[in-house]
Design a binder for this molecule. Structure first.
Ligand code: NAD
Ligand code: MN
Length: 355
């Protein structure tokens, strides 16, 4: 039997509800597909920070390093500044394990109510650069509390960093519809973004079968709202990709269902899978969190581990569950997190396991 070591970090808020939900579903799926998941739980996050002054122990990254993959819930709490929780846990994992691709597919699941009047299906993937760019610690503040106070924040774009994320996007587009939309703001940002454009165009020359179109991110956002069907792979920097993928997931039916993979394509390090949503303190503890974003992320994890048949079957069952209306209140349903899970596990039990 194939075995995988999975590090589970439920984190904060609804992560405490959605990660156990996903575990239950994966464990029900694994046996019939001939593999087993060995789970290790890491109780890190804002509560841990309250007790220890750190988001994770000093040797936290070393402890994760041997895992085959990481399943993360969400990180963040009202009483801990967001930059502390982000830079104390998520960013170190993404950078230390060189998870330079943040892969964020967005397509409506059949039967979901969409925010746009034109609700025909679409299928886009945001490929977000995940290790550099605008999310840097370089900069500072001076003259605090005086009228001269100011803040400086530097963005870092390396040739290696832009090249490898562009290559990933072009190779993905080759397996999809052959179109890459690259988002920058090179009219306003005069050093980094034109550099991004240059490097992306060099990479495009190695992929003559893929059509590259450059957009300003603001115009791209407007075009996405008008007609998401014109896009396939959207390639963007760390900040722009963050914003555009929240937009595409909202267009596809809400952040409760949107999945994300933080991937090291070289497979030297564990990749990390997490829903796009945060810890949702406003509904945490009510048992109403939508588990689908977490479970869809877990399906991406299975795909990454090579369990492609199980991943496809799980995705199919998610579609059937949503179509049947077995959903939480955010999708217009009346089920709890656990009841949605029950419905998914039940369908997995009855649907035939492909040979
Ligand atoms: P959020 O995604 O937590 O919540 C936004 C809104 O969407 C809330 O009304 C929430 O109830 C709803 N929502 C989110 N996920 C849902 C789900 N699965 N089912 C039903 N409703 C859902 O974003 P926020 O409120 O801006 O952030 C809350 C905290 O989470 C902050 O501390 C933030 O820093 C953190 N955060 C963490 C991550 C992450 O761990 N990767 C991502 C985003 C935000
Ligand atoms: Mn975001």
């Amino acid at each position: 039997m194939r075995e995988y070591d999975i590090a589970a970090i439920p984190g904060d808020g609804i992560g405490q509800e959605t990660v156990p939900a996903a575990r239950r579903v994966l464990d029900a799926l694994a046996g019939p597909h001939g593999f087993r998941l060995r789970w290790t739980d890491y109780p890190w996050g804002c509560a841990y920070y309250g007790e220890t002054g750190r988001m994770m122990p000093e040797d936290g990254l070393e402890r994760l390093a041997g895992a085959d993959a990481i399943l993360l819930g969400a990180v963040g709490a009202p009483d801990v500044p967001d930059h502390v929780s982000l830079w104390g846990l998520l960013v170190p994992i993404r950078r230390r394990f060189d998870q330079y691709v943040s892969l964020r597919p967005a397509r409506p699941l059949p039967g979901t109510r969409l925010p746009l009047r034109d609700d025909r299906p679409f299928d886009v993937v945001v490929v977000r650069e995940n290790t550099e760019g605008e999310y840097s610690q370089i900069g500072g503040r001076m003259f605090t509390g005086t009228p001269e106070e100011f803040a400086v924040q530097e963005a870092v774009f390396t040739r290696r960093g832009v090249e490898r994320i562009a290559r990933y996007a072009f190779e993905l587009a080759e397996r999809r519809s052959g179109k890459v939309a690259s988002a920058t703001k090179s009219n306003g940002i005069v050093h980094t973004m034109p550099f991004w454009d240059e490097v992306v165009e060099e990479v495009a020359r190695d992929h003559p079968g893929v059509e590259l179109t450059r957009y300003h991110a603001d115009a791209l956002a407007a075009l996405l709202v008008l007609n998401p069907r014109r896009f396939d792979v959207i390639l963007a920097s760390n900040l722009l990709g963050d914003i555009l993928s929240d937009l595409t997931s909202a267009l596809a039916g809400g952040i409760g269902i949107a999945p994300c993979g933080n991937i090291d394509p070289t497979r030297r390090h564990p990749s990390m899978f997490e829903p796009i949503h945060g810890s949702a303190p406003d509904i945490a503890g009510t048992g109403t969190a939508n588990p689908i974003g977490q479970i869809w992320s877990a399906a991406m994890m299975l795909e990454h581990l090579g369990e492609t048949v199980a991943a496809a079957r799980l995705t199919k069952v998610l579609e059937q569950t949503v179509l049947a209306g077995d959903v939480t209140p955010d999708l217009g349903g009346a089920l709890s997190t656990d009841e949605v899970c029950d419905a998914i596990v039940e369908r997995l039990r009855h649907a035939a396991v492909p040979a």
